[in-house]
Design a protein around this ligand. Structure first.
Ligand code: ADP
Length: 458
């Protein structure tokens, strides 16, 4: 089929099932790969319209498409919205009743499905392979494909089994989709899935409508409350590192009169679902959550995302902050960080010397440098993903807007601090070193003779 013919069919499907007249950036290229069974790796930012890149060709092509997805809730949302559009879609997962599973199995056998959602472990299972032996498979989409790579930010061992897909379906196009992948991760996805000379389609990582502000956390609740006050009556998300931080933050913000509810994996399913729905229906302004909140949440008018602690990687930050301003209107992303967050993540990653931990520690170092750095926040994010921002001043971050307090003669100050650290034989923490530098009269300093150091009181 020529490009024109393929496109005409897809355009027709887009209009008929979704009511869309045109493509979002990169969608056309991604859909053509799917339509023409050329393997592809597609990286589009959250809200970039990834799902349609495989859904529309799946409807246009003969046969049934298989979509591999990591979460039952994600599969459910996508299947529901496809059915609302009139597409014959279904999912097979362990949470279904036997009779529902049977219904889906007969639909597969009778050729009554255009799109089937599955968990990675099911698609590679023998019973499933037997079931679809005589079914025509139009394409295979691997959603959240960064989960395949150990270099990604959410490696899932069950995704590794997908390496046999190419052997199982040698004549079917396999397409990987993710919102967040560095070049290294993209290459790894291609390798792990044994993709055949895959087309790499990468959208812009920049979100110019997001205004980034990063500050050291000094007065935890006051700083967060200041942001919420700027956005009363608007939707927003506050991310905390741990569940107990979520609970504490919620009670503090409620006590200050803000309309907030919590969301984390330690809550009852029903309560979590109610809170998520209250947020989606705008009965509350702010959801306070761990990173358990977000995947598959399609709320376009989130006006602010606050990180009350440092995320564990720039990939996470890009994804979580990216939930703000999907409607392309201005939105604010405030990140508050402290050295304690670094230590918390280091602790949570455990102390084994495994490869995944080493990779995670490197990512932690990158986000720390991002927080403490003074490079344009937009530029730093896109650079991390291997792109360049084509402007000197983004006019949408604390660095470019000159909001950072710069220190006079910072080089000399840094030299004094390092010199003191060396003279203390690198054996003392930041607090003690500071006391020596400011010439404290504390008994311990005198007892250890540190009041006689050259850097005492400088
Ligand atoms: P992603 O999975 O990349 O986060 P989605 O597939 O959820 O993005 O799409 C984001 C939003 O954009 C959805 O509301 C979707 O309906 C809309 N969308 C996708 N493609 C188009 C298009 N071609 N024209 C208009 N809206 C689109």
């Amino acid at each position: 089929m020529t490009d024109d013919k393929s496109l005409a069919k897809i355009r027709q499907v887009l209009g008929r099932y979704w009511g869309f007249q045109d493509f979002l950036p990169q969608q056309k290229e991604a859909m053509l790969c799917a339509e023409e069974s050329r393997d592809s790796i597609v990286v589009l930012p959250t809200g970039g319209g990834k799902s349609l890149c495989f859904q529309a060709p799946a409807v246009a092509l003969a046969g049934m498409a298989i979509v591999v997805s990591p979460l039952i809730s994600l599969m459910k949302d996508q299947v529901d919205s496809l059915r609302d559009c009139g597409v014959e879609a279904a999912r097979l997962d362990s949470s279904q009743q036997p009779e529902d599973q049977q219904r889906v199995l007969s639909a597969i056998r009778n050729g009554g499905l255009k799109i089937l959602y599955l968990a990675p472990e099911r698609i590679v299972s023998e019973p499933f392979a037997n079931l679809i032996r005589d079914v025509r498979i139009s394409l295979i989409a691997v959603d959240e494909a960064h989960c395949v790579s150990m270099w990604g930010h959410d490696f899932r061992p069950e995704y590794r089994q997908l390496d046999i897909l190419k052997k199982m379906f040698p004549n079917t196009g396999i397409h990987a989709y993710t919102a967040t992948a560095t070049e290294q991760v993209r290459n790894d996805i291609g390798r792990q899935l044994h993709l055949d000379n895959p087309e790499s389609i990468v959208g812009s990582f920049d979100r110019p409508n997001l205004h980034f502000k990063i500050q050291r956390l000094t007065r935890r609740f006051e700083q967060i409350a200041e942001v919420l006050s700027r956005h009363r009556g608007e939707s927003g998300i506050v991310y905390c590192i741990r569940r107990k931080d979520v609970d504490q933050m919620c009670s503090e913000m409620t006590a200050r009169g803000f309309s907030v509810l919590p969301y984390h994996a330690g809550m009852e399913n029903s309560e979590r679902k109610n809170n998520q729905e209250a947020f989606a229906r705008e009965e509350i302004d702010t959801i306070v959550a761990t990173v358990a909140f977000g995947m598959g949440i399609d709320k376009s008018n989130v006006r602010y995302v606050v990180h009350a602690g440092m995320p564990k990687s720039l990939e996470h930050y890009q994804q979580e902050s990216g939930r703000a301003g999907r409607d392309s209107l201005e939105a604010e992303c405030c990140l508050f960080y402290s050295g304690r967050d670094y230590a918390t993540w280091e602790f949570l990653l455990g102390d084994m010397e495994s490869e995944p931990r080493k990779i995670a520690m490197r990512k932690l170092g990158h986000i720390w440098n991002y927080c403490t750095g003074v490079t344009c926040r937009h530029q730093a994010i896109v650079n991390y993903f291997g792109q360049q921002l084509q402007k000197e001043n983004c006019a949408a971050c604390d660095v470019c807007l000159g909001e950072l307090d710069k220190m006079e003669d910072s080089l000399t100050v840094a030299q004094k601090i390092l010199s003191c650290v060396i003279r203390l034989d690198q054996r003392f923490g930041a607090e003690y070193t500071t006391l020596v530098l400011v010439g404290s009269q504390k008994a311990r300093i005198k007892k250890l003779g540190h009041d006689r150091l050259k850097t005492y009181g400088i």
